[in-house]
Design a protein around this ligand. Structure first.
Ligand code: ADP
Length: 286
């Protein structure tokens, strides 16, 4: 991050008129229409929206793992031209190597870069300690629970001390209680490391709990329908979910997304709304 200008701090991740069309031609899918947003250094931003609205596509483009149809994405003032080591990524599946223990899985990115892991062992153990895995350093993935494996994956993403942490629905395969615990753990990790973070989720409550800011994505093709700052102080604990202001914001966001899908009528609308409500974890109408 040396040599950062005021502009590149304010626009650390700069998305400008980003568009994505898969399979251009008669059967093309326009996944993203035109996404423009500047994300300052150190901000935790969620990309929130129902399945299929292009959240993962946008995240993979920021990671340099997917091409843009048009527009630009800059990271720290330079265009993203491919995968880079100053970006850490966590996927829904922790994808740990089964024959390596937790510490060696955390150290794997260093090994890939053909650097000596010796100087990183201490950092790996410290990261594992921070996420509550002290004493599990020598355990293999088969000996760890789903939540523990995802904690190892987060440590692996942080081992290189990246400037940006990208997370693609990292907790959606976990049970509800573990997911809540992981949200709290991630909030703690973020309070300590303060990385610029982009977090993909279709859970409104998860987005509100974790984020400084939420970009609500919706529509076909998808666009940002709302850019909202989350006003709650940190550190945050799960009890914040009982706060009326927290619940008001969740309701507001749900209405916002529903409104973006409101251009159809009658039974078709009701069916789509029910399926949407289920996809974002909203309570079912009685
Ligand atoms: P989300 O992460 O919000 O669920 P995605 O980014 O995965 O959404 O997908 C956005 C849209 O792009 C969907 O309609 C999906 O079917 C389509 N899509 C995603 N990847 C591909 C691909 N490789 N080829 C064609 N269409 C794709």
């Amino acid at each position: 991050m040396d040599g950062m200008t005021a502009r590149s701090v304010e626009k650390f991740v700069a998305l400008s008129d980003v568009r994505k069309i898969y399979n251009p031609g008669p059967k093309q899918v326009e996944a993203l229409h035109s996404i423009t947003a500047d994300i300052p250094s150190g901000q935790f931003v969620s990309l929130l929206g129902p399945s299929g609205c292009g959240k993962s596509t946008l995240l993979m483009m920021v990671a340099g793992l997917e091409t843009l149809t048009s527009g630009t994405i800059e990271l720290a003032g330079a265009p993203v031209a491919g995968p880079r080591s100053d970006v850490g990524i966590v996927f829904q599946d922790p994808t740990l190597l089964p024959w390596k223990n937790a510490r060696d899985n955390v150290l794997f990115p260093i090994l890939i870069e053909r650097r000596s892991t010796a100087g990183f062992r201490e950092r790996a153990d410290k990261l594992l300690d921070i996420v509550g895995l002290s004493g599990f350093e020598d355990k293999r993935p088969a000996e760890l629970s789903g939540g523990m494996k995802q904690r190892v994956a987060i440590c692996r993403a942080l081992i290189n001390d990246p400037d940006v942490l990208l997370m693609d629905e990292p907790f959606s395969a976990l049970d509800a209680i573990t997911r809540d615990q992981m949200n709290e753990a991630l909030a703690d990790i973020w309070d300590q490391f303060h990385k610029t973070a982009l977090f993909v989720t279709h859970s409104i409550r998860e987005a509100v709990f974790l984020s400084d800011r939420i970009l609500v994505m919706a529509g076909r093709p998808s666009r940002v329908v709302r850019d909202v700052q989350v006003p709650f102080a940190r550190p945050r604990r799960l009890e914040i979910g009982e706060d009326p202001a927290f619940n008001r914001l969740c309701t507001e966001l749900r209405h916002e997304i529903e409104a973006a899908y409101g251009d159809y009528g009658g039974p078709q609308r009701d069916a789509k709304r029910a399926s949407f409500a289920a996809s974002v974890g909203a309570p079912r109408p009685s």
